[in-house]
Design a protein around this ligand. Sequence first.
Ligand SMILES: [Fe+2]
Ligand SMILES: [Fe+2]
Length: 249
Amino acid sequence: MTTTMTAPAPQLPTTAPAPAVRPEAPAGPPKLGRDALRRAQQETLDSPRMKYSVLAKMMFLPVDLVYGRKGSYTKFAMLEIIARVPYQAWERTGYWALHRHHGRSALALRVFDRIVEARADQDNEQWHLLIMQDLVQRNGVRQGRLLHGALPWLIAFFYYHVSWVLFLVRPERSYRLNAEFEDHAEHEYMSFVAEHPELESEDDPGTYAAEYGRYASVADLLRQIGHDERTHKLDSLAHVRAPRFHQVP
Ligand SMILES: [Fe+2]
Ligand SMILES: [Fe+2]
């Protein structure tokens, strides 16, 4: 008589391992329908601009002097080059904070949340810039190296360093400065659409439709960008009121 030895069944865990918690990439500003875009534009036109600080005016003044006080695609392209800068500064400073405070996992997750958000906002601003450059080219506007290359770079250089220094010393001031910049951009786009009714009948070229969406007209495309700027502004203002990310709750 032979006996068969059977291997004991492996012990299966009674509970599934907890999924890893990872900050999810934010969806970005909401895409609005036609009526909502018009309402958003009217809300902006009916609301006063924020009170801009000296630092914000130091950036707006040279842009107005060189590109004119009124909106234009070249001026918007210039503003979009600068718009990405604080998000880049916050992302880089966030990585520095992660390195400096390594070992504090709760803090690391909060800092990483901010890094993910800053990257998403940079991407959104990047689409704005590409759309503006596309509109500049389609409208046959010539861009010189000095005014459309060197000057944006100089202002962006200034803004970048102001942003990260403020972020280290007084983060709420850095967010407030960005909110002012976004408020300015929101009003510039919405006012430009109001001043150019011909844009209502101009088709959205849809060059970046797959990535940014396609709109009924160039007017709606610009309204959507203006609403994105409002969302960026409100996000920054929320951070102004929030506790500093490096404070342990
Ligand atoms: Fe933008
Ligand atoms: Fe923005």
